[in-house]
Design a protein around this ligand. Sequence first.
Ligand code: NAD
Length: 466
Amino acid sequence: MEQLLSSSTEAPEYSSLLAEQREFFQTGATRTYIFRKTQLEKLYKAISDNERLILEAVNKDLHKSEFEGFFADVALILHEISYVKKHLHKWMKPTNIKTPLTHFGSRCKIYREPYGVNLVVSPWNYPFQLTFIPLIGAIAGGNTAIVKPSELTPNSSALITKIITDTFPIEYISCVEGGVEVSTALLKEKFDHIFFTGSVEVGSVVMRAASEHLTPVTLELGGKSPTIVDKSANLKLAARRIAWGKFFNSGQTCIAPDYIYVSSHIQKEFLSLLKEEIKRLYSEDPLSYKEYTHIVNDRHFKRLQNLMDGPSIYYGGKVDETTLVIEPTILTNVSWKHPVMNEEIFGPILPIIPFNSLDEVVMEINNRPKPLALYLFTENDSIKKRIVEEISFGGGSINDTLFHLTTPHLPFGGVGSSGHGSYHGIHSYKCFTHEKSVLSQTTKFDLSVRYHTTKGAQSIIRKLFK
Ligand code: NAD
């Protein structure tokens, strides 16, 4: 890692780290099932052994409670490792593929091969989960990886580096800390695959850089994720599950409900239930409530404060500048002209928009960038069918929030400007491997129709390939 110790005025340079990883990858060591399984076991042990330190780090960085820290930054990682380890052997087997009559004598298979040297860049909101769950995919796929966690959560970043350095040799998996200058230097290098989680704006920077080397990219981005509450919904449960999904991690969740469309018939009742659920979860005084996460830094705190300007504050709105806490806040009388509707909120502010016709809702959502997530609360099956069929979004839940992310069986990812590619479970394995198609031809005979020299070949081909 000598190249990282260059003087601070020089831009960091990572070509020798990449060369070391490429050399290691080319030895073939990472490809065997036993190697991959052993590394997953090592990672499981490292996360378990460091559980207390992980909870302390996310508490120092974000004031995350033990419950939220354990759920999102420990349990989901351990569960993913167990799931992937259980199925990896089966996934690694080549898949036999049907051969058409036109290919008589041959056999077809799909092999999944590791990409090689990967870059994993992660954000700060769930620093451990969003670094290690992609890394599990990289390991399962038989790759090497360089990881770059976010500079905004320095305690978590330092611990991620320590866990990786203590668990893996740098020629296999290494971690580099730093901000934009480090990412920029890494992105100059030719990786075999880049996995980026972060904002839409930086996603396009990453994609531009990757295009220089034609490197495949997986982009896990963000945006505004709508929630629709129909008049047929079980309102009490809707309010409870929306309050939980929105204010978990103080709304600093990529798939948090960003804003709520609520049927004007039930708006009053829904708002009052939502208020009660917020109090039930975060007490009458969230600013000093221990289980409530704080805002990551001053810049985001000020940005969020400004987003409250314009609409009416129905509930909440108080802040504590010294501890960077913002109460769970419900906004009404919201218009698309207000700043809060013009960027991803990524904080504990929830605008409510009443609607009279579902047609308007569908049209409004479809006229905006495709959301990462969408949530629908209804008991009406035709509304469920309509929303799922007529609106494009990355993924979502009906009568719940966030839960589609917590199962390793469902692919997780965006669509359009909320990202492309997906991961979790087998989808992570697929995300970090290339699908290689191979046809094995018989040598027992040779079908002569392919040769122009064979009499009547063209008319046979015409018949076979119609
Ligand atoms: P960000 O895009 O600012 O930063 C993400 C990472 O990119 C960090 O490691 C950062 O150091 C690096 N980075 C920042 N500027 C860069 C640049 N110019 N060039 C290269 N790298 C750069 O995002 P963030 O603030 O850390 O996270 C919040 C965003 O991430 C939100 O938009 C949220 O929706 C999204 N997000 C998405 C998911 C998902 O799974 N889809 C998960 C969490 C967060």
